[in-house]
Design a protein around this ligand. Sequence first.
Ligand code: LMR
Length: 397
Amino acid sequence: MFETLKPMPPDAILGIMTLFRADKDPGKIDLSVGVYQDEQGLTPVLASVKRAEKAIIEAQDSKTYVAIAGNAGFNSGIAELLYGKDHPALKGGRVATVQTPGGSGGLSVAGHLLARSKPNARVYVSDPSWPNHIPLLKMSGLELETYPYYDYAHHRVDFDAMVGKLDKAKAGEIVLIHGCCHNPCGADLSREQWEALTQLCERRGLVPFIDLAYQGLSEGLEEDAYGARLMASRLPEVVVVSSCSKNLGLYRERVGAASFVSATPEASKLVLANASNVARGIYSMPPDHGAAIVSYILHDAGLRAQWVKELEEMRGRLNGLRKLLVDKLAARKTPIDFSFIAKERGMFSFLGITKEQVIRLRDEFHIYMVESSRVNIAGINHSNVDTVADAIAAVLK
Ligand code: LMR
């Protein structure tokens, strides 16, 4: 029967990672998949993670199952990280959080729960968005539609167009919003825009579904949760999905969470039971190791402080690299003014070059990025930035 299956194109992001790995050129540069790289081009295990991992392995005396909803310490720690410990929704018993296999697992659990609560519910996704958002959410039976988000000509959020579309959405429809470090464009909502969007959701009865996969990589752990916290304090129902891949570097451990704010504590209990039931139906239980590490770090003052410092270093380096790349490109007098890159945040920005130019960068210069011209800023370092800038200038000639 498998002969009935259709061939699948390579994944828009991970397919490029595969091409990069197959390239034998010693000078190749990877600006594709969203993985943090240090000045040496490595993705090391954080020191705080190493310490927590060692302590856990030494203390662990069983590998028995944990729970469908995952590690309880992780869930409470993540909920506090998302909302802040004194948030009224948390204090009011209106938040249910389940550990999931990565942020993608969180999106999937949330997607299934939304579809179960409101069959054929419509989710509005930003255009552009992470290329996996739509295929992943479609699998849970939701209807997907896009809203305009990025103004490519002026390299900023096209807030009027976004609001224009969402203002026509119907009560009970869902809006997927990037909490910070928009993937792929790096252009985030301002505080005023979060406020306006919250009012719009209030007015039209829309449910925000916030993907907060990069908390801590824009302005700071607290600052990056501003929009999620605001919406959770004003709206009766909010979904927040988070990931520990980027801010704790736990990519392959698959650690994330789906967190749901409900109108009442009674509804929150229903949500927890149903989210657990969804998880049981998809993967039964999430893997424990990464979540145990996160729980350990979040509940140990010394390790937490060390992690916050490591995160600060990553964030500072990303923002510094943005400026460095802009300066290097400006020095080459490229026909495109790339100064917008320094204003964007997180791992990604679009260069705004054509697909043909992206392919030339790959084939002629061994520089890999997603075909949309999304670059992972963390793949740049002081040793390769001139090569990157020269190659971009060359393909723009
Ligand atoms: C990315 O956008 O590059 C990352 O989130 C990795 C992925 O799974 O696509």
